[in-house]
Design a protein around this ligand. Structure first.
Ligand SMILES: C[S@@+](CC[C@H](N)C(=O)[O-])C[C@H]1O[C@@H](n2cnc3c(N)ncnc32)[C@H](O)[C@@H]1O
Length: 194
């Protein structure tokens, strides 16, 4: 199996990724990953949308699996096989905001990990790290802001990063006293002293 990072938006695939996609005969991916990779998929290639992520381990040896962003950032890089990196939303956010990656701690608040994501964010901010928080649309951003407001760590800035890499990309930055609130479903947060 080959797991390919297709980047967090269009035009963020490496040449290695484009080549591997071009010679693939069977490709699996989310709708968003397939859309990003579409220009590089050969006409005869079978393309299947992933319905059941738990069944991915049973895919055939020749399968190519697309993962949005980079597979090793909360992506499909846990699958057995060769991983081809892609440009992650973390890299794009860090580039846009001019934050060195070494200052950043990654926190994932997806699905059942919301509460743990909140706890880890508070811990990392108190350690002086800038948190890059990956969150799904159901994550309670207001509750996180409420908990962050109670911390003594100052200054504390928040950037809401929406649709990174897409034509409607939007990054809004503010202070914790009047923090920006995400409006798009695809968003991440940068939190800390930056
Ligand atoms: C399952 S994680 C996968 C992350 C992906 N592997 C990457 O490298 O960015 C999905 C979460 O990443 C963040 N994300 C992914 N792509 C994004 C984008 N283009 N703009 C903003 N946030 C993004 C969002 O928080 C989203 O809910």
């Amino acid at each position: 199996m080959i797991i390919i990072g297709v980047g967090c938006g269009p035009g963020m695939l490496t040449r290695q990724a484009i080549h591997a996609i071009g010679i693939a005969t069977i490709i699996y991916g989310s709708d968003r990953a397939i859309e990003i990779a579409q220009p590089f998929i050969s006409p005869g290639c079978v393309v299947r949308t992933i319905d059941d992520f738990k069944a991915l381990h049973q895919l055939p040896e020749e399968a190519v699996v697309l993962s949005t962003g980079d597979p090793m950032l909360a992506g499909l890089g846990y699958l057995p096989g060769t991983v081809i990196p892609g440009i992650s939303s973390l890299q794009v956010a860090a580039a846009r905001l001019h934050i060195p990656l070494a200052r950043i701690a990654v926190v994932v608040a997806h699905g059942r990990g919301h509460e743990q994501g909140m706890t880890e964010t508070l811990e990392e901010v108190q350690r002086g790290k800038i948190v890059y928080l990956l969150a799904d649309p159901k994550f309670n951003v207001e509750e996180l802001y409420r908990r962050l407001s109670a911390l003594s760590s100052r200054p504390l800035r928040i950037a809401v990063c929406e649709n990174l890499g897409y034509s409607d990309e939007l990054i809004i930055t503010g202070e914790i006293a009047a923090p920006p609130v995400p409006k798009a479903d695809l968003y991440s947060l940068v939190i800390g002293n930056f």
